[in-house]
Design a protein around this ligand. Structure first.
Ligand SMILES: [Zn+2]
Length: 248
């Protein structure tokens, strides 16, 4: 069994063949944690989790969302569906798209609300950070909160700091070609890693659509890098994900 800890199965990229994509994953014993973004995405994602045995939902809001009304709607949806979801995310900080310091402060304020919500509802966090890794790790540390750091783009040193404060580093399928991700795999112990596709993005072949069965390619690549059997990669990352999300 494998766990794809972060994907977006509700996205329109899957409108033509969503059922087949999910069943292909199910056949390979892959559990999918799909992330519903914004109030519309949240509703679609809750439906998917209800409908399919191998789909679990996390609900989040893009860090670049500043519409207060939408953010409040999203917070209410998370509260109302507390028992139907396994985590909050993705939420976080994005400094790639947001350059103005005022707006970055606003992002931090919103991220803080979701960290507090995760503590209050006792739901783990899946965190997005783009060019904002230091601030993300500092904020998680301030709140004494561990998280899954999805598609972590920071340095190995920052990743080491994050795992010391209880976070897990999520390795995307782009590890097949990305030197930065390969270095992360080399340096961070397997006990601190989980796997994701971020489907439809970050495919093992650039500019193609990604889907959960591609996790198998990550497993092979990580086994090669670590010099261990693929079963070790499968079992360890699956255990890590299940423990993190309290999946039995
Ligand atoms: Zn994502």
């Amino acid at each position: 069994m494998l766990v794809d800890v972060h994907a977006h199965i509700d996205f329109s990229h899957f409108d033509q063949d969503r059922d087949e994509v999910i069943k292909r994953a199910e056949k390979e014993k892959i559990l999918i944690v799909t992330s519903g973004m914004g109030s519309g995405g949240m509703k679609r994602t809750l439906e998917l989790a209800e409908r399919y045995e191998n789909i679990f939902a996390t609900l989040g809001v893009s860090p670049t969302e500043f519409d207060e009304r939408e953010i409040e709607d999203c917070i209410n949806l998370i509260r109302d569906n507390r028992d139907k979801i396994i985590g909050i995310g993705e939420v976080g900080l994005d400094y790639y798209w947001v350059k103005e310091s005022e707006k970055r402060k606003h992002e931090m304020k919103n991220f803080k609300r979701f960290i507090e919500l995760s503590n209050e509802l006792d739901l783990p966090l899946v965190v997005h950070s783009r060019d904002a890794e230091e601030d993300v790790i500092k904020m998680l540390r301030d709140f004494d909160t561990g998280a899954i750091l999805h598609c972590f783009g920071g340095s190995v040193k920052l990743a080491e700091e994050a795992v010391m404060s209880g976070s897990l580093i999520s390795i995307p399928t782009s590890v097949v070609y990305s030197k930065q991700k390969q270095e992360m795999v080399r340096e961070i112990p397997l006990k601190d890693l989980v796997l994701e596709t971020d489907a439809p993005f970050l495919a093992p072949v650039p500019r193609t659509r990604n889907e959960p069965i591609n996790l198998k390619l990550s497993v092979q690549k990580i086994a090669d890098i670590k010099g261990v059997d693929i079963a070790v990669v499968e079992d360890t990352t699956t255990e890590n994900a299940k423990r993190f999300f309290n999946l039995v």
